[in-house]
Design a protein around this ligand. Sequence first.
Ligand SMILES: Nc1nc2c(ncn2[C@@H]2O[C@H](COP(=O)(O)OP(=O)(O)OP(=O)(O)O)[C@@H](O)[C@H]2O)c(=O)[nH]1
Ligand SMILES: [Mg+2]
Length: 631
Amino acid sequence: MKYIILGTAGHIDHGKSSLVKALTGIDPDRLKEEKERGITLDLGFASLDLPGGNRLGIVDVPGHEGLIKNMLAGVGGIDIVMLVIAADEGIMPQTREHLAICDLLRVKKGIIVLTKMDMVEKDWLELIQDEVREFAKGTFLEKSPIVSVSSKTSENLPELVQELARLSEAVTPKSVNGILRLPIDRVFTMKGFGTVITGTLLSGTISTEQEVEILPKNIKTKIRGIQSHNQSVARSVAGQRTAVNLQGVDKDQLTRGDTVVNAGFFKPTKTFDAKLSLLNQAPRGLRTGARIRFYNTTQEAVGRVTLLGKKELEPGQEAYVQFRLEQLLIIQHGDRYILRFYSPMETLGGGMVLNPHTRRHKQNTMPESLENLRVLETGSLADGIVLLVAGKGLAGMEENAIIGSIAADKNEITTAISSLVQKKALLRIDNLMVNTDNLAVLENKIIELVKKYHHDNPLKSGLEKEQLNGLLRMRLSPKVLNLVIDGLIKKKQVETESTRLRIPTFKVAKDQSAIKDKIVEAVKKGGSQPPTREELPALLHITDKDAGDLLKLLARENSIIRINDSLYLFCKTLENIKADLKKHLEDKKEITMSEFRDLAKTSRKFAVPLMEYFDSQKLTQRVGDKRVLRG
Ligand SMILES: Nc1nc2c(ncn2[C@@H]2O[C@H](COP(=O)(O)OP(=O)(O)OP(=O)(O)O)[C@@H](O)[C@H]2O)c(=O)[nH]1
Ligand SMILES: [Mg+2]
């Protein structure tokens, strides 16, 4: 037995609710006000067992043009649409609008029912039938059956039921192997039970005693009881209208638009990418940044739409877009949605969600972003998974998060992931998937950082792993980092010493702090005529190489200042010379080399490189054989 959901659609007063009642015996108009006013205000529900054994859950929607919002909450989960047109009135505005909405939502199958046939003559009915056939051309109902009925006299109702049975045979039911996703369309309390929610089970199954989560509110609860089509059941499966009694949740905590799910798969989102098609009949186009209303399943959110690679979109045109909404939603790749203008509330178009979690696209990488979206729209499931994971960079993506991001059969997704891992397009670390293209970048970056560390810290044995993580400045999973380090160790590109990383050829310099202190002391004592690099070895009994290396090291540590390869000065000494020079130039405007030699109390051998040092520091400049302040 298949579970199929049928939704009504069509203009106000065309007989949708009467037809549901005539077919099922259940009046879908359950509210007092609906019965009094004779119009449907909110969603109504019924069910029908079809010949052949399939069970139809029926969602009856309002036709009133001001209640499209409620219609959208109902139509999101349907497999078959029954477009109802009153034979006496024919095609009306909401006939068109509802059909366009079902088309955008890619409702799988449909049937057109001409109601109130008892109210018109036979030749009028034939005329309307032709008109309707013409109207359906170019839409997904083009080849759908058209049945004329009367809910009043029951004429042709058996024929309609036969057609519905045939249609439901042709429908592929919703995936029972998906993860639980039950968008809430009603919340109420029942005496003796507490809070009950209802909805169309979009995927997966739900069982009594099961622990579930209600998103985006992050409410954890347990299923106390389940009813489907007014019968208590232990389990309900995708495609069934389902009422669920929740444990310990207050009615006021929940609203239409919340979603009951298996914990750990979905991450609510506000920013996501999609394909958008504007209807030919849309009353206006869109500019980037326009304020809009977004509809998916029973969810509604306001926000803005950014057109990617375009600034304006005319009716009938398509674009890739990014939505930035003000409320968190539960959506998946492959979800269909409807877009309405913020105010006035007009239906503009709709499309498909491509990447449920994205960030702002930069203008300079827009061509790449658009190409990725094209692959997410038209590529295979595997192509899509690779792109979703690549988008997370080196932070990677948990397998469950991938499953939660895609509206597809869970087994198909895990199979695709496994084969991507086998082909080495993805790397699996426990449950974390990383796009392998990104790993080489990380390897090079680590080697570079360790080398730089050695250069800056010749006395240290290597770089602390913890410090490395901070230096990398990447959104990076520790699992990925450890794995890449292990790989580098195996390839002998780095080695570890307890918690430190180093390049295998690196040798720690001896601890020369005592000698370093002596060098600084000697340079300091020498004032403006310090011992040179060439003089230091004899003075301190060190090798030429050590003298050179240590002077450079001390200069890097800012203990002394390098004037040239041979001459290094103590900081304070240099500061004093600089201050004297500046004062002299401010007073006298110029200075000769011999004046400077005397001013700095040094020799000609040092005066020349010192003066050149101040030139390079842009303090002074040469004019003839004198120096002046640089302007
Ligand atoms: N004679 C006749 N009247 C009908 C038939 N079907 C519906 N009606 C009448 O048409 C009116 C509207 O019917 P509803 O079923 O409420 O129409 P609806 O499409 O559900 O209207 P909304 O839900 O408000 O959009 C009611 O007065 C019905 O009695 C029919 O087959 N024959
Ligand atoms: Mg109605």
